[in-house]
Design a protein around this ligand. Structure first.
Ligand SMILES: [Zn+2]
Length: 257
């Protein structure tokens, strides 16, 4: 069972009112209608015992769900700002919902390292045909076994449960939207909204195998339910980009607003 750290709280039936526009983007600050909930729960713990928390903002029984993953690599912090902005400022439209995981690598974030506390690149640890144990000690070590890391396993359990329609997995610094043959319209909306090119983002796994990444795993195992896409910001995106523009652009691309 996944621990519940904060019970869902039904929002009061407040009349929605728009917040002041921020850089021309309109955000809604009050929930709309009955059934809107805000909740948080611990979906697992890191190798060093730090909590991995998922936040939900949306309607009970949502038919259409977006997951924003702000950080997988501890030395890539810009996506955390987007995730926090989405969590704190975005209200999805009726019958939809947004899950937010600010970071699935809290140990790496605390240490400022790409890898987790055990030196594993969490975006090479997913249980696919392209996984390899090679590269121990390097930046891209996939770990001693497939899904060896508690952070990966926590996310796998969580994704199998919530099966998002769209997953935005944010990284740096390649400044691109990962392209694949599935979810092309969603990728194009992301590219347009964020002003980033669509581009193939390979990780060097042998041809004919599935990359041992979140996106590779999700699309090959739960692809009937949705599509996961890597969003690479640049090395030092401005604050206005990672907050207002990215939060607005990702949630609109995912059709939850
Ligand atoms: Zn990354």
């Amino acid at each position: 069972m996944l621990a519940v750290v904060a019970l869902a709280t039904a929002a009061s039936a407040a009349v929605p009112s728009p917040s002041a526009a921020v850089d021309g983007h309109q955000f809604w600050t009050l929930p709309q209608g009955p059934g809107y909930t805000k909740s948080a729960r611990v979906i697992g713990h890191s190798a060093s015992g730090r909590r991995i928390v998922a936040y939900y903002r949306g309607y009970e029984g949502a038919e259409h769900v977006l997951l924003v993953l702000g950080q997988m690599h501890g030395d890539e912090s810009a996506g955390r700002r987007t995730a926090e902005f989405v969590r704190d400022r975005i209200v999805p439209r009726e019958r939809t919902g947004i899950w937010v995981v600010v970071s699935m690598n809290p140990d790496g974030a605390a240490r400022g390292t790409r890898a987790n506390a055990r030196g594993v690149d969490l975006n090479r640890n997913w249980p696919t045909s392209g996984w390899t144990s090679a590269g121990r000690g390097g930046r891209y070590w996939g770990g001693p076994r497939r899904a060896s890391e508690p952070e990966t396993r926590a996310m796998i359990r969580f994704l199998r449960e919530i099966k998002p329609d769209f997953i935005a997995s944010i990284h740096q610094p390649l400044a691109a939207i990962g392209s694949s043959s599935r979810g092309v319209a969603w990728q194009r909306r992301l590219a347009s909204n964020l002003g980033l090119p669509r581009r193939h983002l390979g990780v060097g796994n042998p041809s004919g195998t599935v990359s041992p990444t979140l996106t590779g795993w999700y699309d090959s195992t739960l692809g009937a339910h949705g599509v996961a896409t890597t969003i690479e910001y640049g090395a030092s995106p401005p604050r206005s980009f990672v907050t207002v523009r990215a939060a607005d652009g990702i949630t609109k691309a995912a059709l939850v607003r």
